[in-house]
Design a protein around this ligand. Structure first.
Ligand code: RAM
Length: 886
């Protein structure tokens, strides 16, 4: 028997998921062992319909010789709908010794076939088109059960945004369902296990239905109803009774509809709630709904219903205000101490009819006054009218705000505003990474990056969470995904979004600027549309996920073919609209677009996407395409050189972003690269160690510097405190990443009202460099099956530590310079992986592991000298090195 435990069983990255419609769910596990150099040689998976596996085994992989322990597809008989499946795993180690069976995991299917839906789409008899005053619908029905119940599941979805109640209680803690997708092509439904909320006898189902993304205001033109103007709901409940029989209840025209206290709820504008209009017991049984209207059955404009696949949004944490401020203008303002996304929950005691208003803002102005200019048309205002019988607690239902400051009016003076609570809401992604170092400003920067991710990973990756945008801007997502994939497990979140990207792509392969598409936004910019290729590839790299490549392949190829069809030269992209190096600091006066030529950027990304497409084709076994796109890539690179590189090997447009892209995407001849890197370094130095890059150049800047030996300069850039720099905003008190390097100028004035978000993650893409370079955790093989550990212990830091939950388990490094000149380095490598560890040491003898010399280190497979570095090949395990520098 081998000494390990099989843990962390997953189905499609999730522990025991309920409500999947995946015909071939992927099974993963981790191996917990103290042993060094642990390698799996074989596995066995069993699937059964009972957790004791005493019943018939539905699928048995049998002992399968393989070192794979992630993403193994279920390959048994066709899965049934509405069924719980249990699975367990055992493995064999390299000596052929077998482990115990794991504890069982399980998953539960939803609708495996679309035609199993029996429910009708229902809506209110009259639709209100005055959205500023459009009350939410309250919809209800009752079901009567003659016996005790064994299980009850509700499958629900809507056109609009809904919240489900069973017998007066929210069905669960998820928010903003059914989420935001390419609605006409893909609408998600949610599965609720409501067994514990149901009884024999009468039960009520209630639903609040508002506009949400579907019908509400979206984008900056003040328009609504982008996807439709009829809100509707569809619900199907499956109940298994004590005698084993099943009953199905569906939404239909016998359901009743009315309105209630929510007079207006909009994503941008907030919510108006008149508690005097609350209807006692509306979602409880035996409520008299005879004065409610009957729902009307409609046909919904939806082509596919899909089970929710990303993590739902929830209240993830709560913050108490750190101060109550009276501004120079006399406003009462709460300071949450953190720019956050979600809503405020408050409790008050006030007379009936008292109107309480909460306005939300990200910053105070130079004088300390409440400032909402940068929200543009988004009102972000919550109005609550008290019912007046004692304590009343409220938070918005179907709206969220982006804010640090809350201006409060109407609350009686004797009430404690400190008790107001900031509820932080985002998609409930698993936190997978952490980075800390000896510099507190950098730690604050990492904090800001993480909070930018929290605030903008709310069902779709958004540019910002506060003004009248909050949209799935492709460029922003593309530049940030690699950093995001360190901080959190982003696969289900992005898999969903990428399916929407593919769904919203036009026939000719163009990619809308925002996904889900909002037609006013436009389409087809380089570096934005390239999200179609870069995001799936990044997921594959970071998680070894080939499914995402297979699923997205047609979309990836369509994007490259779209580019190829543009203009006259199929190897250059020099036509059409592009955002260029968006917000680059070398832009002309009054321009948003940096100085790097747009056709250089467009052709560089064309080359990069084509290269990734060719690699993808090879990974998923499309050999002919792999050859075709490798050839295309070569031609694009040649054309790039002809057009943008001088015959003597200089980048013709000497901007930082041009240097960065040509180096990052390997567009220069090999012999010209070092010189180009030197020119980049000089450019930065000549600017007083300042960057001039925008959205396109910034994310790769430090990585490129490090790759070509300028890590010290990258450190200086990251630690630069003067504007423009990452730490400039930190020093100005930022708690999230700003859209502009000078969102707040040195004199305290603002960049502009037009476009000035204080929660925009794009420049947070530098986080990638912290993990990969400072802490030195990088991948050699997809999913970190083979890891590169190469910390760059810059003079500027005395210690740094990072940890990352890979699909195989925890990878971490922690280095710490000691007073005696030695360096301690702790490294953790998960079981069934190996690592190439590159240490700055002139000889083997100057490295100790534990108390022992390197030659006595168990788990060490190989050691090689390379210049002033030692290259160690290590098997899994926890290692504690001392670099003695002898
Ligand atoms: C802005 C968005 C986004 C950017 C586009 C080009 O409006 O906020 O960040 O990608 O423009």
């Amino acid at each position: 028997m081998t000494n390990c435990t099989i843990t962390n069983l997953r189905i499609n990255y999730r522990n025991n998921p309920v409500g999947t419609d995946d015909a071939k769910p992927r099974i993963s596990w981790q191996i917990d062992t103290e042993a060094r150099g642990f390698v799996q040689s074989a596995y066995q998976i069993q699937v059964a319909d009972r957790s004791d596996f005493e019943s018939e085994i539905i699928w048995d992989s049998k002992k399968t010789d393989s070192d794979k322990n992630v993403h193994i597809e279920y390959a048994g008989p066709v899965l049934k709908s509405h069924t719980r499946y249990y699975f367990r795993v055992r493995i064999w180690d390299s000596k052929g010794d077998q482990s115990e069976w794991s504890e069982p995991g399980h998953w539960e299917t939803a609708f495996m076939f679309a035609d199993e839906w029996q429910a009708y789409w229902i809506t209110a008899p009259v639709q209100n088109d005055d959205l500023e005053n459009e009350a939410c619908d309250y919809i209800r029905s009752e079901v009567s059960l003659s016996q005790d119940i064994v299980s009850a599941k509700v499958y629900a979805t809507s056109l609009g945004m809904y919240r489900l109640y069973i017998n007066g209680i929210p069905a669960d803690d998820t928010l903003f369902n059914p989420g935001y997708t390419s609605y006409k092509n893909r609408l998600q439904y949610q599965t609720y296990d409501v067994t514990s909320l149901m009884n024999s006898g009468s039960n009520a189902i209630g639903c609040i239905l508002g506009n949400g993304w579907y019908k509400g205001y979206l984008a900056w033109e003040g328009e609504n109803s982008h996807y439709g103007n009829t809100r509707a709901l569809m619900i199907q409940m499956h109940v298994t009774l004590a005698d084993g029989s099943e009953q199905v209840f569906i939404s239909n025209d016998r359901w009743k509809v009315s309105t209630g206290p929510i007079l207006m709820s909009e994503i941008y504008h907030g919510e108006t709630y008149d508690a005097r209009l609350e209807v006692e017991g509306w979602s409880s049984p035996d409520f008299d709904d005879q004065h409610w209207e009957s729902a009307v059955v409609i046909k919904a404009p939806v082509s596919a219903l899909v089970a929710q696949e990303n993590e739902p949004a929830r209240i993830i944490e709560t913050l108490k205000p750190v101060a109550v401020i009276t501004t120079p203008n006399g406003d009462t303002v709460l300071d949450m101490g953190q720019n956050m996304v979600g809503f405020v929950e408050f409790t008050v005691c006030a007379e009936v009819g008292t109107s309480i208003t909460l306005q939300h803002a990200e910053v105070l102005d130079r004088d300390g006054n409440f400032y909402t200019g940068n929200l543009r048309s988004a009102k972000q205002t919550v109005t609550y009218i008290c019912k007046g019988n004692g304590k009343e607690t409220f938070h918005p239902n179907l709206s969220f705000q982006g804010f640090r400051y809350v201006k409060v009016t109407g609350v009686p003076e004797d009430q404690l505003l400190e008790q107001f609570l900031g509820c932080v809401i985002h998609s409930d992604l698993e936190k997978t990474g952490s980075f800390r170092c000896s510099d507190e400003l950098v730690n604050q920067l990492q904090h800001n990056i993480l909070w930018g991710q929290k605030g903008n990973f709310l069902d779709v990756p958004t540019d910002c969470p506060q003004r009248d945008e909050r949209l799935g801007w492709t460029g922003d997502a593309q530049v940030f995904i690699r950093t995001a994939a360190f901080n959190m497990n982003v696969v289900p979140f992005f898999e969903k979004w990428l399916k929407d990207l593919a769904a919203d792509q036009e026939e000719d392969g163009r990619v809308p600027h925002v996904i889900p598409d909002v037609p006013v936004a436009g389409y087809g910019s380089s570096a934005w549309g390239d999200a179609a290729v870069i995001c799936p590839w990044t997921l594959y790299q970071c998680y070894a996920d080939t499914r995402v490549l297979e699923t997205q392949y047609p979309s990836m190829r369509a994007w490259v073919e779209y580019i190829r069809a543009q203009g006259e030269n199929e190897y250059l992209w020099n036509t059409g609209f592009h955002f260029g190096d968006w917000l680059g600091l070398d832009a002309k006066e009054n321009s948003y677009i940096g100085a790097t030529p747009k056709d250089l950027i467009a052709t560089a990304f064309y080359a990069y996407s084509t290269e990734l497409l060719a690699k993808t084709a090879a990974v998923i076994g499309k050999e002919a395409d792999a050859d075709k796109y490798t050839f295309l890539h070569k031609n694009i690179v040649d054309a790039f050189r002809q057009e943008f590189v001088t015959p003597n090997g200089r980048v013709a447009s000497p901007t930082q972003t041009a240097y960065v892209l040509t180096l990052m995407f390997d567009l220069m001849e090999e012999q010209d690269r070092l010189r180009t890197a030197k020119m980049l370094a000089e450019h930065i130095e000549e600017n007083g160690v300042h960057l001039t890059t925008g959205f396109v150049g910034t994310p790769y800047l430090c990585l490129v510097l490090s790759r070509f030996g300028y890590t010290d300069l990258a450190y200086q850039l990251v630690l630069q405190k003067e504007y423009p720099s990452w730490l400039y905003s930190v020093i100005q008190g930022a708690t999230t990443i700003w859209e502009h390097w000078d969102g707040i100028k040195q004199d305290g004035t603002f960049w502009s009202d037009d476009m000035n978000s204080y929660n925009h993650y794009a420049y947070g893409a530098v986080g990638d460099w912290f993990y990969r370079v400072v802490s030195g955790i990088d991948l050699i093989e997809p999913g970190y099956k083979k890891i590169r550990i190469q910390p760059h212990m810059g003079d500027q830091f005395s210690w740094a530590e990072a940890s990352f939950e890979s699909v195989y388990g925890t990878i971490s490094t922690a280095w710490n310079k000691q007073d005696d000149g030695t360096v301690k380095l702790d490294v953790v490598i998960p079981a069934n992986t190996s690592a190439e560890v590159i240490l700055p040491a002139s000889s083997m003898d100057s490295i100790l592991e534990g108390e022992k010399s390197l030659s006595q280190t168990s788990g060490l497979l190989k050691v090689e000298q390379s210049g002033s570095e030692q290259l160690l090949l290590l098997g899994s395990g926890n290692y504690s090195f001392t670099l003695t520098n002898k």
